[in-house]
Design a protein. Sequence first.
Length: 270
Amino acid sequence: MSKSSDNPSIFLIGAGRMGGALLRGWLAAGFPAASLAVKEPQPSPGMAALLNENGIAGQPSSMPDVLVLAVKPQIMAKALNEVAPHVGPQTAVLSIAAGRTVASIARPFPPGAAIVRAMPNLPAEIGRGITAAFANAHVTVAQRELCGKLLGAAGDVAWVEDESYLDAVTAVSGSGPGYVFYLVECLAAAGRDAGLPPDLAEKLSRATIEGAGELLRRSPLAPAQLRENVTSPGGTTAAGLSVLMRERGLADLMRETVAAAASRSRELSE
């Protein structure tokens, strides 16, 4: 690497929601602002202030140790062509764009480019994300460790050895927060239909999902065991679950949901 492993140079392309979450995580984790460069043509007011306050440059002074691609998949090809000159022999390219394969990412770079493809999710904004990552054969142990630290600044990291897993990863954890938020919407709507005032229905629904998630995080028990623990035979939870668990119930809907999202991830591939 061009710098010591304790002070790597990072060039971030795209500082929207996810790129911005990673950047904030790096700063909070102690990565020096002087070693960071960010290219974002249209930064939000908050991001512009963050870049200005920390004196973060818009271009790296030399070939970066890691080039992080955090742009939308639809503009990835254009972005890759623009940043290709910044990729040197020591540079690892870390992409968090949904659906873009290692082969498509590597296309504009010299042969043997070190590519890491990763899929984080929205809770990265609060440091509670989960990211799955795949490294091609050209990524060194040191590069993999550094990319893991960069991704880990926003939450947990799980490495996979088969790139094909990432379409399902995208469908489960990448898109998963959207499913959970919709569950809150539906639970609140059902509460309103059951006679609750709208504000109370939403408060109860949000707090229930938040609390259940935190209990799941802290408990060593499997989700199925936690479900059974709260389900008394012949009780209200059992009555509700009998609907969710019936044929063509929640399990089938979730399988269809994940399959649709995974299919779309594959469609975004080149």
